[in-house]
Design a protein around this ligand. Structure first.
Ligand code: ZN
Ligand code: FE
Length: 258
């Protein structure tokens, strides 16, 4: 069992999820089929399934090319995306189980970035694929839902076991941490994660995965209860209401312009 990131476009990640025994694998989010197929072949694997997190082009743009190259491929797609997943063969919904050879994942509905955005939670791998909903130290833009929708979706992910490894859709970590520091400049976990991320990126390494435990310590969108974060937002907006959703919405709005 292994998870291998395959960089796509300028800052996207596809991930191979590999069943060692059968040498079969699935790919979570594919923008560029050639790069995914090359990695599959280099490792002597057989690609059997495509697991898209949401319909945006940088997460499904490679689907048509994949099925052309590998006939019979199973392509999952969330019901909530209403057929917008190219080459979709199997519809899934919150709570369903998808299979990649002997590996099983629970589908978790996490709408807001898109209405049908889903995560894939592989309990046996202790890993969750969060697409553009939960990033390392950040979250996706709210395109199709409301602030409340995203707060609820993030809460579902935060409720996974602390040790769960978080594999997200983009390498946005360094910029996310820079923004987070504007809200919690004295958060020690955040400061050290930022130093770490700068070194990793300078060395050309990926910052994925993180863990649910880590995200709770430095991700501003999971830290709407933090007194420091709230105080800093209130300096900017003295009338800001004291509820989670209002705090989230303000932080998200600032990040949109960061
Ligand atoms: Zn997206
Ligand atoms: Fe994306």
């Amino acid at each position: 069992m292994a998870i291998i990131p395959v960089p796509q476009l300028s800052d996207n990640y596809a991930y191979l999820v590999i069943d060692d025994t059968s040498k079969q694998c699935g790919v979570v989010d594919c923008a560029e089929a050639d790069k995914v197929i090359a990695e599959v072949e280099r490792r002597g694997l057989q690609l059997i399934a495509v697991l898209p997190t949401h319909w945006h082009h940088d997460h499904v743009g490679g689907n048509e090319d994949l099925v052309r190259a590998i006939p019979g491929l199973c392509v999952y797609g969330a019901r909530g995306e209403h057929g917008r997943i190219p080459a979709q063969t199997h519809e899934v919904d919150d709570g369903d189980t998808v299979e990649v050879a002997s590996l099983k994942a629970r589908v978790i509905g996490i709408p807001a970035h898109t209405n049908g955005h889903i995560a894939y939670y592989f309990a046996a791998l202790n890993a969750v694929f969060t697409g553009d909903t939960l990033f390392i130290a950040g979250c996706g833009r709210v395109f199709e839902g409301r602030a409340q929708t995203m707060v609820d979706s993030l809460a579902k992910l935060a409720a996974l076991p602390d040790s769960t490894q978080v594999y997200c859709g983009h390498e946005y970590t360094e910029k996310n941490l820079r923004f987070a520091l504007t809200l919690e400049p004295n958060n020690q976990a955040l400061k050290s994660k930022y130093e770490w991320a700068k070194d990793e990126r300078a060395a050309g390494r990926y910052t994925v995965p993180s863990t649910i435990r880590d995200e709770k310590q430095f991700n501003p969108f999971l830290r709407t209860d933090s007194p420091e974060l709230r105080a800093n937002l209130k300096q900017l907006v003295p009338t800001l209401a004291d509820d989670k959703v209002a705090v989230f919405a303000k932080a998200r709005e600032l990040k949109d312009k960061f």
